[in-house]
Design a protein around this ligand. Structure first.
Ligand code: G3I
Length: 378
């Protein structure tokens, strides 16, 4: 049995980035700073995130796509080991589900549901009403008179198709954008344009009718940091949630997306925790729905970059794990090989981004250690 690592070795591991990831992945270690390792005869097995989260009374999972899980066997194996809940990155959006006004194509999302079920994972739906990823035919045909029936048909058919099989649905995604100047800080979307502010309440009622068992979620971005935009978002969102709960809308949880920026030191724990607590006081649960940390503007040096990303995960989780209403944490992807940030927040130096918990070879990074360590903290 390898002796416990000396303290100096542990601090070396913590600060040496890539060396730490390499060493942790290769060496059977008995104990490294909060990583409890269950030893077997041949290799050390580092307990996966889904089990660590469960011990904390939480769910851990990640967004993934049909192509990634069906075509990439090594990714599939790491994904099933680490994740206890699956959310499709694209396959439940209008652009995939609705090739035409009359056709619903559940082929890919059905495959993902059965993949989740056969790997003892829960399944979450993302997303029913959003301003992005709407197919061309929607933009060409939607108007004041038909949008209500378009929304009703979509939600009833999709939620009904998966009734009883979905842990939670992002019913309305990103409805708040105060700096557009709309009343209530609502984002200017086709839904608001054709249906007015009531579209949000209506969407939740239709979803609840179609699946009374699913947790119904309002999913929002731009909530975490301390800047004019985020505080305006939190203020407008809280007012909206107060109105929805006061009018007995069947909404059960807030999804806070948590797309974080490495080195952004403006997460004010007290203000963010107060906001989450105010939301919880309305009787709502909290789900961290799309956690990742962009390293777009971080130094090239990989050990340095990885440790800043890890510190950002750790800092955020230290705050959010204080909220008793928190029920799940999902990262928006599991491996750097598959992250939307490669396209949406690429590095100026052209080097691959490293925002997630596993690197492109599925080795656990310091970010993985940060998340697993956060689950271990009492
Ligand atoms: O699959 C097609 C491919 O066949 C085609 O050649 C290519 C041409 O551009 O497009 C591919 O589809 C792209 C899809 O990602 C798969 O890569 C879409 O264009 C692209 O718009 C889509 O972007 C996704 C975006 O949502 C819009 O759906 C991102 O990957 C996805 O990470 C992002 O996720 C959103 C959440 O749903 C909501 N919160 C914010 C988050 C990040 O924007």
């Amino acid at each position: 049995m390898k002796a416990d690592l000396p303290l100096s070795r542990r601090s070396f591991l913590r600060t040496s980035g890539i060396a730490a990831s390499w060493v942790m992945a290769k060496m059977p270690l008995s104990l490294v700073d909060g990583l409890k390792i269950v030893r077997d005869n041949s290799n050390a097995i580092i307990e996966p995130l889904r089990e660590r989260a469960t011990r904390k009374g939480l769910l851990y999972g990640a967004a993934a796509s049909f192509t990634q899980l069906r075509n990439d066997a090594p990714f599939r194996s790491h994904y099933t080991k680490e994740c206890g809940i699956l959310v499709p990155e694209f396959e439940l959006k209008w652009s995939t589900l609705r090739p035409s006004k009359t056709v619903f194509n559940f082929k890919l999302s059905d495959w993902l549901l059965s993949f989740a079920q056969s790997n003892a994972m829960l399944f979450r739906g993302h997303t029913l009403v959003w301003h992005e990823d709407l197919p061309e035919w929607f933009h060409k045909t939607a108007n004041k008179t038909n949008t209500q029936s378009l929304m009703e048909k979509h939600i009833t058919t999709v939620v009904g198709h998966y009734a009883g099989k979905v842990h939670s649905w992002d019913v309305v995604n990103e409805p708040i954008l105060p700096w557009q100047g709309q009343p209530g800080g609502l984002r200017n979307t086709p839904w608001l344009k054709f249906l007015g502010p009531e579209y949000i309440k209506t969407a939740f009622h239709i979803a609840a009718e179609a699946d009374p068992k699913a947790i119904l979620v309002l999913n929002q971005n731009h909530l975490e940091y301390e800047n004019d935009g985020a505080s305006a978002c939190r203020k407008a969102l809280l007012a909206l949630l107060e109105k929805l709960t006061a009018s007995k809308t069947p909404i059960h949880a807030l999804g806070t997306q948590a797309h974080l920026i490495g080195n952004n030191r403006s997460l004010d724990h007290r203000k963010y925790c107060t906001f989450l607590n105010d939301v919880a006081s309305l009787g709502l649960k909290i789900i961290v729905t799309e956690l990742d940390v962009s390293d777009q503007h971080l130094p090239y040096n990989i050990p340095r970059r990885d440790s800043i990303v890890a510190e950002t995960y750790s800092d955020f989780l230290t705050a959010v794990l204080q909220e008793p209403a928190l029920i799940a944490i999902l990262t928006w992807g599991l491996s750097d090989k598959y992250t939307w940030l490669s396209r949406y927040a690429p590095r100026a130096d052209g080097f691959p981004v490293r925002p997630l918990l596993l690197d492109t070879q599925y080795q656990r990074k310091l970010a993985w250690t940060a998340v697993s360590g956060a689950f271990e903290k009492k």
